[in-house]
Design a protein around this ligand. Structure first.
Ligand code: NAD
Ligand code: WQD
Length: 343
């Protein structure tokens, strides 16, 4: 069974990907320093899959530890690199923290495996497109000047990966540009664990619905969209997790496009903030209270992805719709009530 190193594997997207890898017959090995996750996730993974994954708790910015891990795990055939800081607003306040963590962890990993044949999948983001000139946005659209240090780490990491693939033929690399991951595993046992007040829409909705937060503020209703609120391409985290398995499979088979490639991972359809609120109410039967506030600084107006490249070349397509996204997010929020998993 191929061993896949999953960095950030106790985090939100990583934990769901560990489940999908396990169920697809791979052996995931997690490295995570728990800076934004909880060791309790490992027991949850065991409940879902029947297997407690191998877990190593260390900081990927520690070069000596990464090198030791790579020497002891030379049989790893794939790496899925989720570990990073991801809070856009915090990255504006603390850019060096973001550049340090997101770059050093990536570079240490690439150096440590530079002499081994490795398939590498990187967590990128549709944030690299900024506000695209054409919608739906394709992978060929220009990368726009980053709106935040976080966004810049994704753009520059993609460049590092493309240059590394050009220089080291042992590396076969795919960057997946995620749109907006939401929802949780259908078991209700794993999901997103936002620290403090959620900055993202769906965790704020579920926390508001359960009474941990007050009314939702819709950030702007004067955008040039049908209902005035901003539009995003929300993707169920389980579909997103499956895209990583598809990427590893393509790399194992040999990617005809060469040893560096990029894919959009979304549903191909956009929902406005007001539509998401309505979808949550309709899917769960829970009424939300919301108010309209000013636009949030740095937000783009609308984005959704053209996902035909992933459909054709990865053989992957999102299967779960907005109803499943909202229902699973709500199931997870209810599970978390009085549950010690919340940090
Ligand atoms: P997350 O914070 O839940 O998971 C990241 C995990 O990495 C955490 O468990 C954290 O403890 C770990 N980590 C961070 N720095 C580390 C280090 N130096 N050493 C070891 N472990 C470390 O985030 P997520 O939402 O699962 O995101 C995963 C990846 O996907 C990130 O790279 C993120 O930038 C990217 N991404 C996320 C979104 C999103 O909206 N969630 C969208 C696009 C891209
Ligand atoms: C979605 C929409 C908000 C909260 C961010 C990062 C991006 C990517 C995903 C990592 C927007 C609106 C939100 C609220 C609201 N992450 N909103 N009230 O901003 O599209 O993307 O997460 O790569 O890089 O920027 O996601 O969930 O924060 O917002 O009205 O309380 O909901 O203005 O239009 P976003 P989000």
């Amino acid at each position: 069974m191929s061993k896949i190193l999953v960095t950030g594997g106790t985090g939100y997207i990583g934990s769901h990907t560990v489940v999908e890898l396990q169920q697809a017959g791979y052996t995931p090995i997690i490295v995570d320093n728990l800076v934004n996750s909880n060791a309790g996730v490992l027991g949850q993974l065991e409940k879902i899959t029947g297997v407690k994954p191998e877990f190593h708790d260390f900081d990927l910015c520690d070069e000596a530890k990464v090198n030791r891990f790579a020497a002891e795990h030379a049989d790893v055939t794939g790496i899925i690199h989720f570990a990073a800081y991801k809070a856009v607003g915090e990255s504006v306040q603390q850019p060096l923290k973001y550049y340090h963590n997101n770059f050093f962890s990536l570079i240490n990993l690439l150096n440590a495996y530079a002499d081994k044949p490795v398939n590498f999948v990187f967590s990128s983001s549709c944030t690299v497109y900024g506000q695209p000139d054409q919608l739906p946005v394709t992978e060929a659209a220009p990368v726009k000047m980053a709106e935040s240090p976080y966004g810049n780490t994704k753009q520059v990491s993609e460049e590092i990966l493309s240059e590394t693939a050009a220089a080291f033929s042992n590396y076969n690399i795919i960057s997946l540009r995620y749109f907006n991951p939401v929802g949780a595993h259908e078991s209700g046992l794993i999901g997103e664990l936002p620290l403090g007040i959620p900055q993202n829409l769906v965790p704020f909705i579920t926390q508001s619905a359960i009474g941990r937060r007050g009314p939702i503020t819709v950030f702007g209703n004067d955008y040039n969209t049908p209902d005035g609120s901003a539009i995003r391409d929300y993707i169920h985290v389980v579909d997103l997790a499956k895209a990583h398995v598809a990427a590893i499979r393509l790399l194992e088979k040999g990617n005809p496009n060469g040893n560096y490639d990029v894919f959009n991972v979304g549903t191909g359809r956009g929902y406005s903030v007001l539509e998401v609120i309505k979808a949550f109410e309709e899917s769960t039967g829970v009424k939300l209270s919301y108010q309209v506030g000013p636009r949030r600084a740095g937000d783009i107006e609308q984005v959704w992805g053209n996902v035909s490249k992933a459909e054709k070349e990865l053989g992957w397509k999102a299967e779960l719709g907005i109803t499943e996204m909202m229902r699973s997010a709500w199931k997870w929020e209810q599970y978390l009530k009085d549950n010690p998993l919340r940090g």
